[in-house]
Design a protein. Structure first.
Length: 257
């Protein structure tokens, strides 16, 4: 059964995407860090806002909520254990979120690491994952541990390969530049870079990605691959053998790239 809603990226700040889920005259938004772009889009398209979904507490993901709910009395769903104002429903793994006005249904996944209680929304092979998994990258760990982030990425990697990855930032080309340093011989990565450059040259987003593409190109999902482990060991002059250790090393490498 096909999903009844469309997903449209609305740009915010320098490189954020606010995802608008729309069907008919109704729309929900994921991570509205800024209200003005959302209000402009709704007005231009003649849409009514019916729900807000939040993945974590960072200001560039929640900053527009107060303004949006001032003119729309709507449910605001977000992670149970994050300091977020205006939530009408607090959720965590095992909960389900319905937005009946657009025919959307999501399973909530706990994916800590970037923040202590970051969540994702998964339904109909669409994943809204905030700042945990990016195209060819992953989020920094501000309040979580490498072990948590590694576990969260492994959880996401277990979803179907054709899952669409709706991350919240246009970081793809910078992430690919780092990934090619880690794994210079990866031809799938070279192809991904060419495709991403063409999209950006046309002013188009490089996301959503697919989980299959990420498994083939994203070093943070490829930590068990021997080529990745060898590259990390060469870079650090180390003898890492475990994927979780390789992940922590790659994340620290990326922090300084």
């Amino acid at each position: 059964m096909s999903t009844p809603y469309q997903v449209v990226p609305v740009r915010a700040f320098k490189d954020n995407y606010i995802w608008v889920l729309r069907a008919g005259r109704n729309a929900a938004v994921v991570d509205p860090g800024e209200a003005a772009p959302v209000l402009d889009y709704l007005a231009a398209e003649g849409l009514d806002l019916v729900a807000i979904l939040l993945t974590h507490h960072h200001r560039d993901h929640v900053g527009g909520v107060g303004t949006l709910i001032a003119s729309h009395r709507i449910p605001v769903t977000g992670p149970k254990n994050e300091p977020i104002e205006h939530l009408t429903r607090k959720v965590s793994e095992g909960d389900h979120v319905e937005v009946p006005e657009i025919g959307a249904s999501f399973e909530v996944l706990d994916i800590p690491g970037h923040t202590r209680a970051h969540i994702a929304y998964y339904g109909e092979k669409r994943l809204f994952c905030g700042d945990t998994l990016f195209a060819c990258g992953c989020g920094r760990m501000f309040a979580g541990t490498p072990e948590q982030m590694f576990g969260s990425l492994q959880k996401l990697a277990a979803l179907p390969d054709d899952t669409l990855i709706y991350c919240a930032h246009e970081y793809t080309l910078a992430n690919i530049a780092f990934a090619r340093t880690v794994e210079p011989g990866n031809e799938a990565l070279a192809q991904a870079e060419r495709a991403a450059k063409e999209l950006r040259a046309r002013g188009e987003p490089t996301v959503p990605s697919t989980l299959a593409r990420e498994k083939a190109t994203n070093p943070f999902l490829r930590c068990a691959d021997q080529a990745i482990i060898d590259s990390v060991n060469k870079h650090l002059d180390a003898q890492i053998v475990q994927p979780a250790q390789a992940f922590a090393a790659i994340r620290e490498w990326k922090n300084r790239f």
